[in-house]
Unconditional design. Structure first.
Length: 154
């Protein structure tokens, strides 16, 4: 894939239909319970979701899906290609969702994350999310609890 110096060359933008196949490939690579291409397309075409991609050298290296309903947000998905992790790409995707949420006057945003995914939990905490609940044995492949996190704006 070539050496990556930093995330400075990463561009975060709204997802376009042409990105769906690359996002579906990333989805399969990053999640043991991956969304199908059809589900991703439905999200893309739906009225509630806003999809972002992180692009490096014209290749999608990460993506995020934010759902906003009745003034509340839910981060549906966020993923970065394993090769490009720990370069700040997840933070750039979070920043894009944060700016979009602010512009839409979203009062609170939630997400769920595998309890063992300490890297993601640290990222979310750095954006003001805090643990508010736990869903026991929520995930499969492997079975794991889901941590429910919220960020509430004053």
């Amino acid at each position: 894939m070539g050496e990556v110096q930093s995330s400075a060359a990463v561009i975060v933008r709204y997802m376009e239909e042409k990105d769906l196949q690359q996002v579906a490939e990333l989805e399969s690579l990053c999640f043991s319970e991956a969304w199908s291409l059809k589900l991703l397309r439905d999200s893309f075409l739906g009225q509630w979701d806003t999809l972002f991609v992180a692009e490096l050298q014209r290749r999608v290296c990460g993506y995020a899906i934010l759902r906003i309903v009745a003034g509340e947000g839910e981060i549906q998905r966020i993923a970065v290609h394993p090769y490009f992790r720990r370069l700040g790409i997840g933070s750039k995707l979070m920043e894009a969702m944060d700016l979009f949420s602010s512009a839409k006057n979203v009062g609170a945003t939630t997400l769920e994350v595998r309890a063992g995914n300490q890297g993601a939990i640290g990222l979310y905490k750095s954006f003001g999310f805090a643990k508010e609940g736990l869903r026991k044995a929520y995930y499969r492949n492997p079975v794991e609890d889901a941590v429910i996190m919220w960020r509430r704006r004053p």
